[in-house]
Design a protein around this ligand. Sequence first.
Ligand code: SF4
Length: 296
Amino acid sequence: MSKCNICPRGCGGDRSSGKLGVCNAPDEIFVAKTMLHTWEEPCISGERGAGTVFFAGCNLHCVYCQNKDISGGACGQRMTDDELEAAIFDLASRGAECIELVTPTHYTVALARLLRRIKPRLKLPVVWNSGGYESVEALRLLDGLVDVYLPDFKYFDPAVANAYSSAPDYFEIAGRALGEMIRQTGRPRFDGEGRMIGGVLVRHLVLPGHREDSFEILKYIAAEYGTDSVRLSLMSQYTPDFYIESGRPGDFKNLSRRVTSFEYDSVMRLAVELGFDGYFQRISSADRKYTPEFKK
Ligand code: SF4
């Protein structure tokens, strides 16, 4: 894959020659970990856990990333299509409630190819868990292949998006991507056991010092798409350890602390007032023990 433009970075990385782009991912698929993941939202994890595939590399590289061990680039295991298919069906045979693809954006083309092949035999919902920074053109490759989109919606203010993820156009891009996800999957749907089988579940992580950004994102989704079009997962789990360990604690002092109850509660109140349905976290969720261990 030369001159890659799969994601909105459009950085032109030559992924087949080793001159990698921003995501640091070659064109071969690298899987950092597979697991039955029980800490996702209840409609995703269910009783037995989501069958989660964590991909190596990322097109965002947020300064506070909790998955730095794997987001930096190729790590874990290189997998062919056949090997990834086997890993997915192994998760299914172990009782996975769904197949959850985590940080898959830079592998969209390859995953669309694989999903086209396995979707007719896979009797589980496919969940696309992304950072939300995706192009509409790339998402269209997934039309009919993904059942549930689980995107982040991280930033409103271009200055904040630039400072933390070097993506000043994040809001504009994520807003358009969300529209395409809703178009493809329709309103949220659940089976008799409460498992999400269709629709979009938007995750928003409240960042310390940025509750106004959170307000604007919620107001935008409500005004543009309507609160019935999505479920919301409002997260309080920001953990400063990962930012502090990045060696840049002086750059953004607010990122060296947790979100306060005042900040989180004010965002939660607005979400309720606007009419969002979904999940709200306890402040005690801000603990790194809820982050999967990738070094083991
Ligand atoms: S997927 Fe990676 S190489 Fe391709 S445009 Fe995005 S960041 Fe660049």
